[in-house]
Design a protein around this ligand. Structure first.
Ligand code: SF4
Length: 276
């Protein structure tokens, strides 16, 4: 029996079984509520506040984002698809929000999942202290690491968080031999410029970066800003066309392991994944 402590509980706002775009194989992705960043393009604004939030939908129904779950409850769900993980090379992906913001729970879940013989990936903005990363690292098989903004001032202005500690964490993980999948949200008018793609290419040179994923801006989660009574700063921005996405892909055509993820569908530019 495990005690019901902070290590054992977190607020979960979604669980997706059979996920195909959160790391290799078929995965169960658990989304933890709470994130210290404030990216204006965030398509999961309900993930930002750590506590559950009850809203009224456009149809007038009451809906609550987030519920408290224990590690045991999550593990029980993760275990259900063990056969699929084994057949496909998949496993658990812990996502958010920012899972490092719920560090004690994330550590416990990763430790116990890996102990049960299931592969663990972490989907992160790179937030977190060096001590936290050093403690968690042995329990991770893969890190899906966001790379958002290249200019330090713009990074701080847009995300509300300095860029350098995030880059330092990425460097630390790579130096420690952790496998990294670099995830790059591309937002028209924000980071769809040459210097940013150059920086992505530079980061991808490290042998520990197994794959680069471009994640073009989409408008799927915009309605949630209304529900949550949050202002949406990107209401004038439209999702890029297929031609624009192709142009972005071409900027990375020298990376044979780059691909583009379009929301829940996978649009393969070149899926010759490097090592995963
Ligand atoms: S890091 Fe992710 S969850 Fe947090 S605000 Fe940015 S996009 Fe949203």
């Amino acid at each position: 029996m495990h005690t019901d402590t902070e290590h054992q509980r977190a607020v979960v706002f979604d669980i997706q079984r059979g996920a195909m775009t959160d790391g290799p194989g078929l995965r169960t992705t658990i989304f933890l509520k709470g994130c210290p960043l404030r990216c204006p393009w965030c398509h999961n604004p309900e993930s930002q506040r750590r506590t559950p939030q009850t809203v009224r939908t456009v149809r007038g129904e009451e809906k609550t984002y987030g519920r408290i779950m224990t590690v045991d409850e999550v593990l029980c769900i993760v275990e259900r698809d063990r056969a699929y993980y084994e057949a496909s090379g998949g496993g658990l992906t812990i996502s958010g929000g920012e899972p490092m913001y719920s560090f004690p729970f994330t550590l416990e879940l990763a430790r116990r999942t890996q102990g049960a013989g299931i592969s663990v990936a972490l989907d992160t903005s790179g937030f977190g202290s060096r001590n936290q990363w050093a403690t968690l690292r042995p329990h991770l098989d893969l890190v899906l690491f966001d790379y958002k903004v290249t200019d330090p001032e713009q990074h701080r202005e847009w995300t509300g968080h300095p860029r350098q500690p995030i880059l330092d964490n990425l460097g630390y993980l790579l130096d420690e031999g952790v496998s990294v999948l670099l995830r790059c949200p591309i937002i028209p008018g924000y980071n769809d410029h040459e210097a940013h793609f150059d920086a992505i290419r530079e980061l991808a040179r490290h042998p520990g970066v197994l794959q680069v994923e471009l994640m073009p801006y989409h408008e799927t989660g915009c309605y949630k800003y209304d529900e949550l009574h949050m202002p949406y700063a990107l209401s004038d921005i439209r999702a890029p066309s297929a031609a624009e996405i192709d142009a972005w892909n071409n900027k990375l055509k020298d990376l044979p392991f780059a691909r583009t993820i379009i929301h829940k569908q996978t649009r393969m530019q070149d899926n010759s994944e490097k090592k995963i």
